[in-house]
Design a protein around this ligand. Structure first.
Ligand SMILES: NC(=O)N[C@@H](CC(=O)O)C(=O)O
Ligand SMILES: [Zn+2]
Length: 421
């Protein structure tokens, strides 16, 4: 196994030092290595961990595969991603989650951890075989019907109770379906002006409020996917103050973009939950800094050209995000490396119970890390993305930071900004 010396690297923004990667771990002290990388001006972060990725395999390999999504993740600085269950067939059995897990191992670019569906076929009627998925080789601990809300309160309660036995988590896509029928974008001034059916903030907030009460009642763990409104932040703040076991994520796009972009009628800006107002963006940023929102998760949602380049109303919601997540967060938070490491690596690893990731990069820890050049600027070119889909809202946008290298258990997956395989 090739050893690497990262010369003059700044670990989490600290003063320059040498980091030796040997036999899959961070070795103590400096020393000799097979390869030396001049890391002057580069920042080392623990490999990023994404709790919300759509890999589209099985079923929509034309939009993304486990392998292409894994490559996009590695190029974005990730060493682990959690694959959502809304594939075709749905990841609602031990067989499907094991298939995704195995494909991830074969690709070998990031650790792919499957998320299991809460209900059979994401239909919201009957609980899936959570226990069988938990005890499968994929060792599933997070369950979600993402793309759909577990709207039935009795089913949600039972699912929360069921996963408690193995300290599992229900990750909820919070959207009261009766309040979002036919919705095209955020309900507000812009939707009124454009004459598009609105997706009101209360449709998200009402489900989060209900679910934190359910989680409190049964003493289980709830994770809230892609929080998008200022009101949701207040519900979470109160729940956390009461000691409810709830964690929450925000996406990079909800930290940067607003509903005004819908005025272009370009479906690249169509996403679920929808882009909200500037006031919501401000509240989400503040919540992320304070820790009311625990983590950034990409909600990487690749879609084939025909599903995106059509009329707004017919376009699928979703944006790719793995390759731009860290640059977007850098543009929002600035070079707050400790905070970035916490929100994009350590906290997600901790929430998921994923060991070996989100470490402090001290000697002996598994060498899962990424090297960032914060001084570099990049104009996003969709044609350059490793993802099989091109639906990025940042085409032509200049973003700070470039991911120079990523290591998974000491093996480079990205070197010189390029995927190794
Ligand atoms: N976020 C999206 O707009 N779409 C996601 C589903 C989801 O995360 O809700 C997808 O699977 O395409
Ligand atoms: Zn969702």
């Amino acid at each position: 196994m090739t050893s690497y010396l990262l010369k003059g690297v700044s670990v989490l923004g600290g003063s320059p030092t040498d980091l030796l990667i040997k036999d899959g771990v961070i070795a103590s002290g400096g020393g000799k290595a097979d390869e030396t990388i001049d890391a002057t001006g580069l920042v080392a972060l623990p490999g990023l961990v994404d709790l919300h990725t759509h890999l589209r395999e099985p079923g929509r390999e034309d939009a993304e595969t486990v392998e292409t999504g894994s490559r996009a993740a590695a190029l974005g600085g990730y060493t682990a991603v959690f694959a959502m269950a809304n594939t075709s067939p749905v990841a609602d059995t031990a067989g499907v989650v094991e298939q995704v897990w195995r494909l991830g191992r074969e690709a070998g670019l990031v650790d792919v951890q499957p998320i299991g569906a809460v209900t059979v076929g994401l239909a919201g009627k009957q609980m899936a075989e959570l226990g069988a998925m938990a005890t499968s080789a994929a060792n599933v601990r997070i369950f979600s019907d993402d793309g759909h809300c577990v709207a039935d309160p009795r089913l949600m309660r039972r699912a929360l109770e069921y996963v408690k036995a193995f300290d599992g988590i229900i990750a909820q896509h919070a959207e009261e379906p009766r309040l979002t029928e036919g919705a095209q974008m955020h309900e507000g001034e812009v939707s009124t002006r454009l004459g598009l059916t609105g997706w009101p903030a209360v449709a998200e907030e009402a489900i989060i409020a209900r679910d934190v009460l359910l989680a409190e009642h049964v003493g289980s763990r709830l994770h809230v996917c892609h929080v998008s409104t200022a009101g949701s932040v207040e519900v979470l703040r109160q729940a956390k103050a009461r000691g409810v076991r709830v964690t929450a994520e925000v996406t990079p796009h909800h930290l940067l973009l607003t509903d005004e972009l819908a005025a272009s009628y370009d479906p690249v800006y169509k996403v679920n939950p929808p882009l909200r107002t500037g006031k919501d963006v401000e509240a989400l940023r503040q919540a992320l800094i304070e820790g009311v929102i625990d983590i950034v998760a990409t909600d990487h949602a690749p879609h084939a050209v025909e599903d995106k380049e059509c009329e707004w109303a017919y376009a699928r919601p979703g944006m790719v995000g793995l390759e731009t997540a860290l640059p977007v967060v850098l543009s929002v938070l600035g070079e707050q490396w400790e905070l970035i490491a916490e929100r994009m690596s350590r906290a997600p690893a901790r929430i998921a119970g994923l060991t070996g990731h989100g470490t402090d990069l001290s000697p002996g820890s598994p060498a899962n890390l990424t090297l960032v050049d914060p001084a570099a600027r990049r104009v996003v070119d969709p044609a350059e993305l490793a993802s099989r889909s091109r639906n990025t809202p940042y085409a032509g946008t200049t973003l700070p930071g470039r991911i120079v290298a990523t290591f998974l258990r000491g093996e480079p997956t990205v070197l010189d900004g390029k995927a190794v395989k």
